[in-house]
Design a protein around this ligand. Structure first.
Ligand SMILES: [Zn+2]
Length: 148
């Protein structure tokens, strides 16, 4: 799966930039099947005043509605930052084959001062494969450019 990364390189970080441009925190994710981005989303917690609008959770919700379990089982989610525990739960329930993250969830702590109560790795154990961090500099740049 990591070999497919160049084909979707930057899509997840680009979604994080889109969120920041809109006034939301800079997090984004994409769903990839057969080396093609089939769904994208970015954080909308502020602009939609909805704590559920983390991109990973919303993509898990959308994928459950749009794809069969068999299709999701050969589909990956790429995230700009390691998912939070809420999103890790949704991602696990969606049944994706892989989760690939750019920036570790520990890195935003240096910007936000907020530390995750639980690392998502514990929740994501049921996912086929968890990969990351990858493309760290691109992912970090989105956080550095954001006005935390
Ligand atoms: Zn989340």
């Amino acid at each position: 799966m990591v070999g497919q990364l160049p084909a979707v390189a930057g899509s997840h970080s680009g979604q994080g930039g889109a969120a920041a441009d809109r006034g939301d925190r800079p997090f984004g994710a994409v769903v990839v099947r057969n080396d093609t981005v089939v769904m994208t989303d970015s954080n909308r917690v502020v602009t939609e005043d909805d704590i559920r609008r983390h991109p990973e959770l919303h993509l898990a919700f959308r994928a459950r509605r749009a794809m069969t379990a068999r299709a999701r089982a050969v589909t990956a989610m790429y995230t700009s930052t390691e998912p939070c525990p809420m999103c890790a739960g949704g991602t696990t329930t969606a049944g994706f084959s892989h989760v690939v993250s750019s920036v570790s969830s520990e890195e935003p702590v240096s910007f936000t001062g907020e530390s995750p109560a639980v690392r998502s790795a514990e929740v994501l154990k049921r996912v086929g494969e968890v990969v990351g961090p990858v493309m760290m500099e691109k992912g970090r740049a989105v956080h550095r450019e954001f006005d935390w």
